[in-house]
Design a protein around this ligand. Structure first.
Ligand code: PHE
Length: 348
């Protein structure tokens, strides 16, 4: 009995020596000190002894029990200590080390231009609105005096959406921002002065065209609005966006939704319109910006307005195109704008 108790003590101590984690400690505790553990078994036998033997062996058994428990607590404590010190090691930080400043980005060139254009027009009272980017055929074509199957529609190489037709026709990815015209007339009564900048889509891709681009649409409707007001606003924009020496020119053109219609040109920033300089950029002294005109009476009617009472002008240009004509910005392929090449984007 005595030697068995001593053997148990030695074995337990040897096991404690090898233990390095809590799981193993827990297991050893169960095996030796548990309710059905080895110590318990021995103690039950000790209880069966009689007389003097029971007294001496009982005392030894008690000592062994206390020794085992102490060895266990000691190991438990040691493991706890080790745990907190490795945790401290892991979570240690040097608060005197210089910080890492997060890299600061900036708006994309196109977004910058959109903000600037919005701001320029807001200064002369044009409110920024947002017409849908995917819209009904009615707002994109029909209400703009381009009935179904009209050949003029072909100029807008339109993506149609495969979706059920609604009361206002098919759904299309807007190929221009002019869908905002009748929408705005339905929304508010004149005077109207709005600017709608949005994404537009056409089936086209080459160095001057991309399938997704942006346009800005201006619309002003009031009593007595005439071409001279259009010219004034365009000149104001050209001077503010491109520089004080720039002028605009209206060239006769044709759109179904304006009458008269114009193509707007801006004087070339490189040669200043001096033909003797044989400018390679403009060839003629002028650069083409985009379309404009006086809102067609049928379009006013579609917007619920009486053409005898109200008149207005509209213009619609590409944001990227306008941007690329800016002096100092030398982008000879529009597609680089959307290649997501940071080396390009970071230059601006
Ligand atoms: N929507 C025309 C285009 O995309 C431009 C335009 C707008 C012309 C407004 C006249 C008036 O080409």
């Amino acid at each position: 009995m005595k030697s068995e108790l001593e053997k148990l003590k030695q074995e337990f101590e040897a096991v404690m020596e090898t233990i390095t984690d809590r799981a193993a400690l827990e297991q050893a505790k169960n095996e030796f000190l548990g309710r059905k553990g080895r110590l318990k078994m021995l103690l039950e036998q000790v209880a069966k002894l009689a007389g003097e033997e029971r007294k001496t062996i009982g005392q030894l058994a008690n000592e062994v029990k206390e020794g085992l428990e102490a060895a266990y607590r000691y190991k438990e404590h040691a493991l706890n200590e080790a745990h907190t010190s490795t945790q401290a090691e892991r979570e240690w930080i040097d608060i005197t080390e210089p910080g890492h400043a997060p890299e600061e980005g900036h708006l994309h060139l196109t977004s910058q231009a959109i903000e600037e254009i919005t701001d320029i027009f807001s200064r002369v009272g044009f409110t920024s609105v947002r017409a849908p980017e995917i819209d009904w055929d009615y707002y994109v074509f029909e209400s703009l005096n381009m009935p179904k199957d009209h050949p003029a529609r072909d100029d807008w190489e339109t993506f149609f959406v495969e979706a059920p037709e609604g009361k206002k026709g098919k759904m299309v990815l807007t190929p221009h921002t002019s869908n905002s015209q009748v929408r705005q007339m339905e929304l508010v009564k004149p005077p109207i002065r709005m600017i709608n900048i949005n994404r537009t889509y056409r089936r086209q891709i080459d160095i001057t065209h991309i399938p997704m681009f942006h346009q800005f649409e201006g619309l002003m409707i009031d009593k007595g609005v005439a071409v001279i007001h259009l010219k004034g606003v365009l000149d104001y924009f050209a001077r503010t966006f491109f520089g004080p020496d720039r002028r605009t020119r209206l060239r006769p053109h044709h759109f179904r939704f304006t009458e008269p219609s114009f193509e707007v040109d801006i004087s070339c920033g490189v040669c200043g319109g001096d033909l003797s300089k044989n400018c390679r950029l403009c060839k003629s002294g002028w650069l083409e910006l985009g379309g404009a005109g006086m809102v067609h009476p049928r379009v006013l009617e579609a917007g619920g307005l009486d053409p005898k009472e109200y008149s207005g002008f509209a213009f619609g240009w590409g944001v990227e195109r306008t941007l690329m004509m800016r002096e100092g910005i030398k982008i000879d392929d529009i597609r680089v704008l959307y290649k997501n090449d940071l080396r390009f984007v970071r230059q601006f």
